[in-house]
Design a protein around this ligand. Structure first.
Ligand code: HEM
Length: 494
């Protein structure tokens, strides 16, 4: 009898557990209502805004149909931890969104594979290592100095001396120069630079201009002439041509002291079995993933500091006390400037350059927050919403760098409340480098100039441009008043 009762209880418990397991497996993240083209027609141009609004209605994990592609978006630190740490091994492939990224033989768009691991290791050792970065320190400092010279020159050319400057112009130039120095050991020439900017601009347009073909699998059967690939192909040819001229010529140049990444890649090409497509892809990755991402955060930070002059004054006080006015800031000063570092972190919290990071893809079916995410689904982490979540931050919309002084907080992927660079396997490999670049450029701008609104009392447009990259919709214009530190460079202007 006892045996009979024990067996019955065991059967009941097992049945309940199996049912719970089965019902959990079959739960899917709360879905947006599904239509013929999924939810595409409901998406605002700013996807992040749509996802944030939907998550407020449907919960912190939602599934959205981008045409025929199931897309899961998570919006809390806890779920971000599950995606980027606990289930990272099954969620590290990439969903390639535009046709330009389809081959995926580069680093950014490659699936997590032995090829990817090889490229990542190569970049970590040959591009982002302490030694490689240190190699170009003096060139970076010279570039930052040239930026100040060019602002001073524009102010001098301005008869009335009170014309606002377009901040983005200097940021875009300085950051691109800093990255190209790492790539080829020098800046691009004027013509190379002009063509590169035009190509990158076109690339943003093309990758932003998705077509139905990208999202609806059954349209792939429609003949390709119906959805012309011509503009993509023309773009590819133009990019290759620029590449051969501006980059590959490095093959013949032997600059032993300042070996850029391209030269190292060309030397290692045979040994590491790298195709030309991969070499081009890697360099292109760094130019596109590196330059704009860094410049946009500095622009947002400058806008915030014009809105909050007290923060600006506090940074300047720190800069003056550490550096004085007889020299310009260098990278070795950064460690002695804790408040400046907090300003960089606060700008990244409120304005991460890629608010949805880059799209991940599930290589296996996984459970996230108790919901089933099937193999092949695209997964986005809404890091902008997480950085502004009142559950994580007091007065989250306020620009208050002090919060990072009050509490030691990591922004390089260890603290899941602030994830501007992502975390885990696919985390940005240049986090350390870009924190340094941002602190250097921002520090020099604030040490050399006081910044104020172009029209006193005017509200700065703090809205963003939709797209993978979240830049200010209206380029920031501001008045720059030279400070004492600029006196160290006046003669070079004539
Ligand atoms: C403020 C500056 C930057 C921010 C906020 C940023 C942010 C990010 C984010 C969020 C990702 C995707 C992480 C993921 O999908 O999980 C990423 C990937 C990447 N970033 Fe950055 N990034 C910055 C600067 C740079 C710079 C300066 C470079 C290169 C010079 C760079 C190169 C890359 C590359 C190659 C990847 C792809 C990594 C992979 O897929 O494994 N980034 N970055």
């Amino acid at each position: 009898m006892v045996v009979y009762v024990i067996s019955l209880i065991t059967i009941i418990i097992t049945t309940v557990m199996l049912y719970q397991r089965w019902s959990m497996d079959s739960r899917r993240p709360r879905r947006m209502p599904r239509f013929l083209l999924g939810n595409l027609h409901q998406l605002k141009p700013d996807w992040t805004q749509s996802f944030t609004e939907w998550s407020q209605i449907y919960g912190p994990i939602i599934s959205v149909w981008m045409g025929t592609q199931l897309t899961v978006v998570v919006t809390t630190s806890d779920l971000a931890r599950q995606v980027l740490r606990d289930k990272d091994h099954h969620l590290s492939n990439r969903h390639r969104i535009a046709r330009m990224t389809q081959t995926g033989t580069d680093l950014v768009w490659s699936d997590y594979s032995p090829h990817y691991v090889k490229l990542r290791k190569l970049c970590t050792l040959e591009l982002f290592s302490f030694k490689s970065i240190e190699n170009f320190r003096s060139l970076r400092e010279m570039e930052a100095r040239s930026m100040v010279e060019s602002i001073l020159k524009d102010l001098k050319d301005d008869e009335h001396d009170r014309k606002p400057v377009v901040v983005r112009k200097y940021l875009a130039a300085v950051v691109l120069n800093l990255i190209s120095i790492l790539m080829i050991g020098r800046k691009f020439g004027t013509e190379e630079d002009k063509e590169l900017k035009a190509i990158v601009e076109k690339e943003h347009l093309l990758s932003g201009s998705w077509t139905l073909l990208d999202h609806v699998w059954w349209l792939k059967w429609v003949p390709s002439w119906f959805f012309s690939d011509k503009k993509f192909l023309e773009h590819e040819v133009r990019r290759r041509k620029w590449f051969r001229g501006a980059i590959m010529e490095e093959e013949d140049v032997a600059i032993e002291d300042h070996q850029g990444f391209v030269r190292k890649l060309l030397v290692l090409k045979e040994k590491k079995e790298l195709t030309e497509e991969t070499v081009v892809g890697l360099v292109w990755n760094m130019l596109t993933a590196g330059a704009d991402t860094t410049a946009v955060v500095i622009e947002w930070a400058m806008a915030e500091m014009i809105k909050c002059p007290l923060v600006q004054e506090k940074v300047q006080k720190e800069l003056d006390s550490v550096i004085g006015s007889q020299r310009l800031m260098t990278e070795s000063d950064i460690s002695k400037l804790p408040y400046l570092q907090c300003v960089v972190k606060e700008a990244l919290r409120l304005h991460p350059s890629t608010p949805l990071m880059l799209p991940h893809k599930a290589s296996e079916t996984v459970l996230l927050g108790g919901y089933k995410v099937p193999k092949g689904a695209t997964v986005y982490v809404n890091v902008q919403a997480i950085g502004r979540d009142p559950a994580n931050w007091r007065n989250p919309e306020e620009f208050r760098p002090e919060r990072f002084l009050e509490e030691e907080t990591d922004v390089k992927g260890r603290d899941f409340r602030v994830l501007p660079f992502g975390s885990g396997r696919r985390m940005c490999p240049a986090a350390h480098l870009s924190l340094n670049l941002m602190a250097l450029v921002m520090g020099i701008l604030l040490h050399c100039f006081s910044w104020s609104s172009s029209i006193p009392g005017e509200r700065i447009d703090m809205s963003g441009n939709p797209g993978l990259l979240f830049s200010m919709r209206t380029p920031l214009q501001a008045l720059a008043s030279p400070r004492a530190a600029t006196r160290v460079i006046p003669l070079t202007l004539d």
